[in-house]
Design a protein around this ligand. Structure first.
Ligand code: NFS
Length: 661
């Protein structure tokens, strides 16, 4: 019998195999051992009160089954989905709240270690928020921006500030169906209330509240977080980095930052470069300090500083198993509690840094933005002190891949027209002409229940072969990065001829790494800019664009899928559907949402089907927009191999440059 591959990432698979030989357990083993509960997995279990849990089983469960209170299966399945979206929206938005308060304390001069890095972005955001900025001190503008964005969390009536950023028609749809979010916290509270026993029982109504709370994430929490992070730490521009386990160095102190919130990681980037710290590392026998990232904290500092990444969610245990990680700091979200138990077998110190996220067995060094540098130094020193405890055990992996990351909306606009004529015209034109068939957002988690990262990689290759431009975020980007897919050469070797021409002309990879998971909000603003540019749809709905999260597992992914669907993007998730048990709910989320918002949320476990569904949506949108019919191979039939001079040009284009958008 062929050996079952647990990860499609060759380097990850090597570590997993080494772990098996050492009897070290990972999420891959646990996924194999713990099959999902067959009732809960499809949304057919209700546990919102203690008369249950009630199970809705049997071939006629949709029609006949009732909970003790009389709840039907469609009510229960939609309620379960709403609660997932609520948790996801809460996670992104609480992260955003922290960012907003950091901006406020910077503006008030209360945090000496941070400053406003990107004044231009601050002014852009101030403009959107209708805050006067000309001739005013930067910190005054920043204070007004922070206060106005903080109001978005607690607002009781009215609309979120950023709703006005969406295309008019998209806004009108939201108003028509009553799903414009008022305040982030209000939507989260109300959705929790509606899903309490005995409140909202109508699936359609429940699912509208699911969209409303998710919009509070996408056009609220996530977008606020992206903007403030850009203001504080800089709007990303293309930068070269590396990915995979080979980023760890045998003769240096290896420190990994893992989680989602970028503030502490940003300061650690500074601290590892302090001469005193490097000298201290040398006194312990190390040649230097090597900083690496994991998951979305990685994406944040990769996008802005080119800090290498060890990969996404399923790589976290494997990183420790290299035996080379002296310390790993974790902030919030997507952190496996298994890390502490695993770290005992190695020398790695696991350091929790948030009061919201403690793990038994971890060391706790609490982050406080008012003493950010002191705390970062304490963490770096902890890693250095642990270097000499490194043991021989570990599965050393030396492979790593080059990555070009750092594509913000601002840079994508700039790259299409330079500083003075930045626009989305060339991209829209390429789509209209059929050079580019459409755009796919490839996002979301990676998952040990499938050969992890394999679905991302399969879809990435197949989509670009089909002339589909990919924008990626989060673990989707990590899966592509650790496969060597995030380079311009990828276009030459794998993209369809039309997409290849466009990538060559601009000097970009066919997969644009847009950042962390909260940076999915960049896709919303890019889609808006494309709608405003003209020639395609005049709203987000109707664009030849699709969202795909083939290996999703987190509640945040559900919130993201729903805010894209509400914004007008058909979204396809892999794996089993969490509402599979109810035909009615499935129909509402596909046909019903498409009718109202021109978006949808599908669940489709078969990767080939995901691909054909996505291409189908794209082609149908092209047809409705009366664009030229996409013909495979029509453009650039000649395959041009790059000479050294053009490669050097691409390298130059990929270097970080300042103030160009
Ligand atoms: Ni987003 Fe999934 Fe987590 Fe980031 Fe990765 S698992 S939904 S991509 S790290 S949040």
């Amino acid at each position: 019998m062929d050996k079952v591959v647990k990860s499609a990432n060759v380097q990850a698979e090597q570590i997993i195999e080494w772990g098996e030989s050492q009897k070290i357990e990972t999420c891959f083993d646990r996924a194999e051992r713990l099959k999902p509960c067959p009732i809960g997995v499809s949304g057919a279990c209700c546990k919102v009160c203690h008369m249950g849990p009630c199970r809705f089983v049997g071939s006629n469960a949709e029609e006949d089954a009732r909970g003790v209170c009389g709840a039907t299966l469609p009510t229960v399945a939609s309620r379960n989905l709403v609660r997932m979206a609520v948790a996801g929206a809460a996670a992104h938005s609480d992260h955003a709240r922290d960012m907003a308060f950091t901006l406020l304390s910077v503006a008030n001069g209360e945090t000496k270690d941070f400053r406003i890095t990107d004044v231009k972005k601050l002014y852009k955001v101030a403009g959107i928020l209708q805050i006067e900025f000309e001739g005013r001190p930067v910190n005054d503008v920043a204070r007004d921006v922070a206060v106005k964005l903080i109001e978005d969390f607690g607002r009781q009536k009215g609309e979120l500030n950023y709703i006005r950023r969406a295309p008019k028609k998209t806004q009108e749809r939201w108003r028509k169906w009553g799903i414009v979010p008022r305040g982030v916290d209000r939507e989260i509270t109300e959705a929790m209330h509606r899903t309490h026993i005995g409140v909202d029982h109508e699936p359609d109504n429940l699912l509208l509240s699911c969209l409303r709370v998710s919009l509070a994430d996408g056009w609220g929490g996530s977008m606020i977080s992206t903007d403030i992070t850009d203001i504080l730490f800089g709007t990303p521009m293309p930068v070269k980095a590396e990915a995979s386990f080979g980023i760890f160095k045998e003769d240096e102190v290896n420190l990994v930052v893992h989680g989602h919130e970028p503030s502490l990681a940003e300061i650690i980037v500074d601290v590892v470069n302090e001469p005193d710290m490097i000298a201290y590392a040398r006194t312990k026998g190390a040649k230097g300090i090597n900083l690496g990232g994991m998951c979305c904290t990685a994406n944040e500092i990769l996008m802005r500083h080119g800090i290498p990444t060890a990969g996404g969610f399923t790589n976290q245990e494997l990183a420790i198993m290299t035996g080379l990680v002296d310390a790993i700091t974790v902030d919030v979200q997507c952190i496996m509690p298994a890390l502490t138990e695993l770290s005992k077998k190695f020398h790695t110190k696991v350091i929790t840094t948030s009061h919201k996220a403690k793990i038994q067995g971890a060391m706790h060094i609490e982050y406080d933005e008012h003493r950010a540098k002191d705390i970062a130094r304490q963490i770096v020193r902890t890693a250095i002190d642990n270097y000499s405890n490194r043991k021989q055990e570990g599965s050393y992996i030396s492979d790593k891949f080059p990555v070009i990351a750092g594509f913000s909306q601002e840079y994508i606009e700039y790259m299409q027209g330079g500083r003075w004529r930045a626009s989305f015209r060339p991209l829209n034109d390429a789509i209209m002409a059929g050079r580019i068939r459409g755009v796919v957002g490839l996002a979301g988690c990676d998952n040990p229940r499938v050969p992890s990262q394999g679905l991302h990689r399969f879809l990435a290759i197949e989509l670009i072969k089909n002339d589909v431009l990919i924008v990626s975020t989060g673990c989707g980007s990590a899966a592509c990065g650790t496969a060597g897919f995030l380079t311009p050469e990828m276009a030459l070797e794998n993209a369809g001829p039309g997409l290849r021409e466009v990538c060559e002309a601009i000097g970009i990879p066919p997969i644009l790494h847009l950042g962390s998971c909260v940076d999915n909000s960049r896709i919303l603003t890019i889609a808006t800019a494309m709608a405003e540019e003209g020639g395609l749809s005049d709203e987000i709905g109707g664009m030849p664009a699709v969202g795909i999260a083939p290996e999703w597992m987190s509640e945040k992914a559900i919130a993201i899928g729903c805010y894209f669907a509400a914004s007008g993007v058909p979204v396809i998730f892999g794996g089993e559907s969490p509402v599979e048990a109810s035909r009615e709910v499935t129909k509402i989320m596909t046909e019903g949402w498409f009718e109202k918002f021109r978006g949808a949320l599908h669940f489709e476990p078969d990767p080939e089907m995901i691909l054909s569904l996505a291409l189908d949506y794209i082609d149908k949108a092209r047809e409705t927009l009366k664009l030229k019919k996409y013909e495979p191979g029509k453009f650039g039939a000649e395959r041009v191999l790059m000479d050294m001079a053009s490669r050097r040009d691409l390298e130059r284009a990929a270097k970080p440059h300042i103030g160009i958008y």
